[in-house]
Design a protein around this ligand. Structure first.
Ligand code: FE2
Ligand code: FE2
Length: 194
């Protein structure tokens, strides 16, 4: 990793300690480490993977009230899927914050933006960030996580499909809305397999 990146990571870590709960901070470090491992396998820029993994949940502990204010004040456009669930607001807001605060590039911003609802045009950095978030070492559940951990290093698209399938089943069980972009991503990844 570049020296400048290592320095930036140390600076961001200090900020995250202020902004996140201890649980979320540890999760962020876990996602960074897993994203670096996956980046090596899939030929992704390790510096970018580390930064995306570390910052993906930077906005996670912002209150709903504050989140809505940030969106309004900065004219952040929300995807139809992001409007469905206030829990998802930390994705577009996180992408906005890393741009403003650290000048992280658009590719990293997109990886952060789509780490929850996914996107059919996700590039390899976004895929690595997405799945690193679901399998990092601090996560203990669900029980299928061990399977995701294994498949993520063999076939990242398959691992993402498995994760989306799990989410879809959960959403149907709760009778909750499903973002169109998640379905589109699943279709795209399935089509690529054929
Ligand atoms: Fe998140
Ligand atoms: Fe996360």
């Amino acid at each position: 990793m570049k020296k400048a990146t290592l320095e930036l990571i140390e600076k961001i870590k200090i900020d995250l300690k202020e902004m996140l709960s201890e649980y979320r901070y540890n999760h962020s470090i876990g996602v960074m480490n897993k994203a670096i491992e996956l980046a090596k396998i899939y030929g992704v820029d390790e510096d970018k993977a580390a930064l995306a993994g570390l910052t993906h949940d930077i906005a996670k502990d912002i209150s709903n009230e504050e989140a809505l204010k940030i969106i309004e004040k900065n004219n952040i456009e929300l995807d139809e899927g992001e409007k469905m669930n206030t829990k998802l607001l930390h994705c577009p807001i996180g992408a906005f914050i890393v741009k403003e605060k650290y000048g992280l590039d658009e590719q990293i911003q997109n990886a952060i933006r789509y780490h929850a609802i996914s996107y059919y045009k996700m590039d390899m950095l976004a895929k690595v960030t997405y799945i690193a978030d679901k399998i990092e070492e601090n996560r203990k559940s669900p029980s299928i996580i061990e399977e995701w951990r294994k498949v993520a290093f063999e076939d990242i698209d398959k691992a993402i499909i498995m994760h989306i399938n799990f989410i879809l089943e959960k959403k149907i069980e709760e009778n909750g809305p499903i973002p169109t972009t998640t379905i589109e991503t699943r279709n795209k990844l399935l089509m690529n397999k054929k």
